[in-house]
Design a protein around this ligand. Structure first.
Ligand code: FAD
Ligand code: EPU
Length: 347
């Protein structure tokens, strides 16, 4: 039984629920603003044999067709200080909070560490799913634990940060725990000491260009916001999902071989001896940047961003992505992996 305050929308269009503005319908959609409502919604779906899809702001999903599921739009709010000791503070943040607004809140309160992750779209609850990262910082080390509700049982549980299997754009929520939990809150540990991480080359350059000598968290935040505004299209203006592919990670020998074959190919050595290559460079080299056809395209300023100029069909967008990936594979022998989660592909 759903509470009178929760309204199930049937055959609801998802176009305004995803930043690619793709057209698709959900069999049902409900907006939940408390854990109790979420448990009721899970029971409602279970009673009808319906799958559930938790959704934040839809900035990392591709709707390739209709979703035969109950979409749970998480609208929960709240930031609580759980502990303060010495330099450290532990916050519990509701899954539905907007990520960037939370980063702004933490800076305002003198809680530091997340400034490099400014302006990443989406919700706090989705952030651990792919371990968001940018400008030399990933979310993983800040996460103490996650508060979840198990989809099958409706039971409340917690998952320690150390059990999340975080990696580059990766976590257990994309693998063995995929679709099994709805994250309702995230415990994040921040510092009162403003020790900044500003050695990521684009960031270091932007700070130097501004003549900034005193590297404060606010200066890093401002620089990251500026870089992102110049590099990436605003989904409100041109619908997109940010980087469409992950940057491929190769073993050192293979990457060095490619560097000899393709002079100028940037290489980012990783701590484990592997080398990450910029997918944008590979796609750009294949001539895709600025491509535009049939209401879809590759952004003229950034080759890793696929944009929807009005086609609105996820299946067509995936076809374009497939052509891009095939040309990269033909040219470099490197397979690209799609970053956003794809839904509704079979319909
Ligand atoms: P959604 O797209 O709504 O969901 C993504 C996935 O997480 C879905 O599978 C969904 O089911 C699942 N999910 C969502 N909420 C929950 C929950 N509470 N519990 C369980 N599962 C859940 N990402 C980066 O890492 N770095 C970047 O620099 C970056 N830049 C971007 C720039 C642009 C312009 C855009 C459009 C995207 C960018 N992204 C980036 C990707 C995106 O912002 C992140 O993946 C973000 O965390 C997605 O949040 P969301 O609320 O929109 O998630
Ligand atoms: N490049 C090109 N052509 C382009 C764009 C970039 O050749 O059109 C080359 C340049 O050599 C550039 C390099 O690619 O130096 C890397 O580009 P950029 O600095 O823009 O970073 P990225 O590797 O494309 C990654 C993340 C972003 C994150 C930034 C900053 C992935 C898949 N993407 O992008 O995350 O914001 O670094 O840290 O790891 C996202 O996940 O949606 C996202 C935007």
């Amino acid at each position: 039984m759903l509470s009178a305050l929760m309204h199930v929308l049937h055959s609801e269009s998802l176009q305004c629920y995803n930043t690619l503005a793709l057209q698709a319908q959900a069999r049902a959609l409900v907006r939940v603003s408390s854990a109790e409502q979420l448990q009721q919604a899970l029971a409602w779906a279970a009673g009808r044999g319906l799958a559930v899809v938790p959704l934040g702001e839809g900035s990392n999903v591709v709707f390739a067709g209709d979703l035969d599921a109950l979409v749970l739009r998480l609208d929960t709010r709240g930031i609580d200080v759980l502990e303060e000791s010495g330099d450290s503070v532990v916050l519990r943040v509701a899954a539905g909070e907007n990520w960037h607004r939370f980063v702004q809140w933490s800076l305002r309160h003198g809680f530091y560490g997340l400034e490099n992750l400014a302006l990443i779209p989406g919700t706090v609850g989705a952030a651990p799913v792919q371990n968001i990262g940018a400008y030399g910082v990933e979310l993983a080390p800040f996460i103490r634990r996650l508060h979840c509700i198990e989809v099958a049982s409706g039971e409340v549980c917690t998952v320690l940060g150390s059990a999340c299997g975080f990696g580059y754009r990766d976590s257990v929520f994309k693998h063995e725990r995929r679709d099994r939990f709805v994250i309702t809150g995230v415990e994040i540990e921040l510092s009162r000491r403003g020790r900044v991480q500003a050695d990521y080359p684009t960031l270091a350059q932007a700070l130097a260009d501004r003549g900034i000598r005193r590297l404060t968290p606010q200066a890093v935040f401002d620089a990251v916001v500026d870089i992102r505004r110049t590099k990436l299209p605003d989904p409100e203006v041109i619908p997109n999902a940010g980087s469409f592919f992950k940057n491929p990670v190769l073993d050192g020998a293979r990457a060095r071989q490619l560097a000899t074959q393709f002079p100028g190919l940037p290489q980012y050595p990783q701590a484990d001896g592997t080398i990450k290559l910029p997918a944008a460079w590979l796609i750009d080299y294949c001539g895709w940047k600025g491509h535009r056809d049939d209401g879809l395209g590759i952004h003229p300023e950034h080759a890793l961003v696929i944009v929807n100029y009005g086609n609105n069909r996820g299946a067509a967008l995936l076809q374009l992505a497939g052509r891009v990936a095939a040309s990269v594979e033909d040219t470099f022998g490197v397979a690209l992996e799609i970053e956003p989660r794809i839904y509704g592909r079979s319909s």
